[in-house]
Structure formats: structure tokens, C-alpha cells
Write a protein of this length. Structure first.
Length: 200
């Protein structure tokens, strides 16, 4: 648990897209203060890694739980900073734009070279890791754990239904799911069957 002084600060950033060495698009992306930054990260509201500045001690602590996971093929930066927040790192917003994020449209990165179904599978596995790590954190209250778990399960269910991915999260309370996001009775029954099988 890392609770204590300020650990990580973040700011706005600018997206700069280029092709063959020529800048073709720029966009400012503002950030803001959030009372519960772990909730924001779990809800997929995260920033490029260089929009954050963190204490070395925090980086080392996150590295101990494979914050930058070598098996993760997409959203490695999301996983790293979400794990920091799960451990209890405290985030603070600093107004302003202090970094650029350069995206080369003529260059294919590992995460951009993966199809949508495989991307969804990777994210479902990552959400399962978040779920397990949150469950063992003593500093997170029971009410907050339930709220965080609902966020993760909602995202898991959406991708599971869309791409017919088996659930990675075991022993999920069925009532946590937003069943309105699942279209069709057959899909609802199929996912409920998977949930019940995982709970047995």
C-alpha cells in the first residue's frame, strides 16, 4: 500500500500526428482534477505515459507487481498507471499542457497491429488482473471495491458479448452486471450460464 504523500502528477497534453515526417494534425487534450482517480483509470479515462510524472519509489513499487506487464500487447500504459492507483498512489492534476504525444501514421506499432477481437481478449485479461488486485487491497473500502468491480465487470461483459470471449473473472456476482448492455434473450442466457459455471 502506497497511501501517503503526493505520488503522481499529471497534466494536459497535445496530440501530434505525422506522415512521412510531416505534421498533418495537432489537437490539445485537456485533463482535469478527479476526486477518485482510480475510478477514472478503471473507467478507461487515462493519459499517455509522459503526461504523468511520478516518484521513483512509486515506479519501483509498481514494477514489483509487473506494472509494465511484458505479456500485455495493448494498453500497457493504462495497466501501469492503473496498478499504481490500485496500490494506493495519490494522483494530482497540474493545470497546463506540458508534453506532446507523437503518432506516426506511417509506422505500425505492436498495439496497432492487432485485430479488434484479439485486442478485446487482451483487455478482458487485463481487466481480470485489475479485479483480482483490487480484491486484496486492504486500504480500499468494501463500498469502493463493489463500485470498482462493477465498472470492470461492465467492460468485461461488453467485450465478452461482442466477441464471444469467455469470462476471465471468476466468482462474479451476477447482480453486478448491467444486463441492459446485452442485446437479446439468448445472449443474456448464454452469459448467465458462463457466470454460473464460473461460480461453481
Amino acid at each position: 500500500m502506497l497511501r501517503g504523500a503526493l505520488d503522481i502528477v499529471y497534466s494536459g497534453w497535445q496530440l501530434v500526428e505525422s506522415f512521412n515526417g510531416m505534421t498533418i494534425y495537432c489537437r490539445l487534450n485537456s485533463a482535469g482534477y478527479h476526486l477518485d482517480y482510480l475510478k477514472e483509470l478503471l473507467d478507461n479515462n487515462w493519459l499517455p505515459p509522459h503526461a504523468y510524472l511520478m516518484r521513483r519509489e512509486i515506479a519501483l513499487n509498481v514494477a514489483e507487481i509487473e506494472g509494465w506487464n511484458p505479456i500485455t500487447k495493448v494498453s500497457q500504459d493504462r495497466e501501469f498507471f492503473t496498478k499504481a492507483a490500485i496500490l494506493g498512489a495519490r494522483f494530482q492534476f497540474v493545470p497546463g499542457v506540458f508534453c506532446n504525444y507523437y503518432r506516426r501514421l506511417d509506422y505500425v506499432s505492436v498495439s496497432r497491429n492487432i485485430n479488434e477481437e484479439d485486442r478485446a481478449k487482451e483487455i478482458v485479461r487485463m481487466l481480470g488482473r485489475f479485479y483480482e488486485q483490487i480484491g486484496v487491497q486492504g486500504w480500499i473500502s468494501s463500498d469502493h471495491k463493489r463500485a470498482y468491480e462493477k465498472i470492470l465487470l461492465r467492460q468485461t461483459l461488453f467485450r465478452s458479448v461482442l466477441y464471444n470471449i469467455p469470462f476471465e473473472i471468476k466468482n462474479c456476482p451476477i447482480e453486478y452486471f448491467d444486463w441492459n448492455s446485452v442485446r437479446g434473450v439468448n445472449n443474456k442466457l448464454k452469459k448467465m450460464e458462463q457466470l454460473l459455471a464460473g461460480a461453481s
